[in-house]
Design a protein. Sequence first.
Length: 350
Amino acid sequence: MNKMILSALMAAMMPLWASAQKPKSSTLPPITTDEKPFHNVDVSLTGGSTGIGFEVGTKVSNTVRLRAGLSSMPHFVHDMNFEVRVGDQPAKMYDKEGNRIETKFDKLKGHMKELTGYDVDDKLVMEGRPKFWNASLIVDVMPFTNKHWYVSAGFYWGNSRFADAEVSKGDMTTMLAVGMYDKMYEKAINNKPFYTYNDQEIYNDQIANRLVTYGRMQYYIGKFKGTDEKCYIDPDENGMIQVKAKVNRFKPYIGFGYQGRISKVEPKWKIGFDAGLLFWGGKPKVYTDRTVEHKTVDPETEIVTYSYTKERVDMARDLYDYPKNIKHKIGLLKALVVYPVLNLKITRTF
């Protein structure tokens, strides 16, 4: 009896046992394979130490991504101050007790007003502006399983003049007055008439002697290495003074970065950053034009004549002992053998 009952139960459970052995369809989403090369395109907006820009990127293999971009530094102004000197004397001087001493500039300022009609400031304000743009080509390698972290290598290619400085608009009248004064000084020291009108030469011994006594009006920017010769700048024929900072156009790059989804709901939107170094090929060149005085003596008459020309100077390499108000700026540029890169970016995959 017991054997018959057991046989009946086993017969009834056979269909259930058979159905349990059949594979059931999975409710999980199918496992997808990696994207094909160049199948999707990433478009990114970037912002950081290389400026504001955009990038276009795509995977070329399971672990390698190629990116190309363009960035530009927004223009902003940073002031630099240069103190005027008359002859070799600063515009401001003080005694041991800290009391102001009358200088050649103090004596000359009123006379300059009479000669040129313009007031002259005791300092020159120059406005520094970055002019930094680059195209880039970067290769990312993603060695980890999650593909969020990556290491990068590539290059940036852009303009060589990444910053410059010009006289501020507020000091243009000072530049005009200084330029006019220096032209009169050149004529005075060479015993030439100040100007000629209807074939009549206009000259004044008292004014000429005063100008020669005071000396040329100019701006001190440092001393030459090795010779300790003082370097001065003054307005050119257009009444301007310019400083230009230059680097190599081609700049290798190495770095690393991270990119992840902004949210699980929108997997195509991502956020990340790039950090690394741009190699400038040495410290930047900081060019300006100094004024060089040439003294000539006629062997027969022994008459001395003076002429003045412009000569290019690299402030970062040729000079030292900078005025204190520009010393730290030049020091910062000299220290930037490599340029730090830190950019944030938002990416959309298409």
